[in-house]
Design a protein around this ligand. Structure first.
Ligand code: HEC
Length: 115
């Protein structure tokens, strides 16, 4: 009888330990990483336009055409910094999207509108 209780205690302790290991070793919750094209459409196109040329609303707040020579001439580091921190009427996205997603967006913009 005592032995049976001991076995149950040991078994539950083992299950608890395994559950604890599984729980603590789960990957930390990173910001969800979504397809850059889809994020651009959802979060950026209202000002920058689906084709990167800036919408009427965007132009009102000073959004420039991504194809313009002076915009293209900026380094990825500069574009990333604007995306992360914002600038004038451009909102910063570091907090809401995370740095990796912002980097992916800059790569997407460079590859799509700044060829
Ligand atoms: C409310 C309108 C608005 C939205 C939404 C917006 N932007 Fe902007 N963005 C701007 C404006 C305005 C500028 C120009 C800032 C300046 O230089 O004064 C800008 C500039 C930029 C630049 C630098 C290029 C340049 O013109 O010098 C990048 C890169 C950029 N935005 C990326 C993004 C990304 C990525 C998103 C979506 C996650 C986004 N923007 C959403 C308004 C917006």
């Amino acid at each position: 009888m005592i032995n049976k209780v001991k076995k149950i205690v040991v078994a539950s302790a083992a299950i608890f330990a395994l559950a604890l290991i599984a729980w603590t070793s789960a990957p930390s919750q990173a910001a969800p990483f979504a397809d850059a094209a889809a994020v651009y459409k959802a979060k950026c196109a209202s000002c920058h336009g689906a084709n990167g040329t800036a919408t009427a609303v965007g132009k009102k707040v000073g959004t420039r055409d991504f194809h313009a020579a002076e915009v293209k001439a900026q380094s990825d580091a500069v574009l990333l910094n604007v995306t992360l921190k914002g600038k004038n009427k451009m909102p910063g996205y570091e907090k809401s999207l995370g740095a990796d997603q912002c980097k992916a967006l800059v790569s997407y913009i460079r590859a799509t509108f700044m060829k």
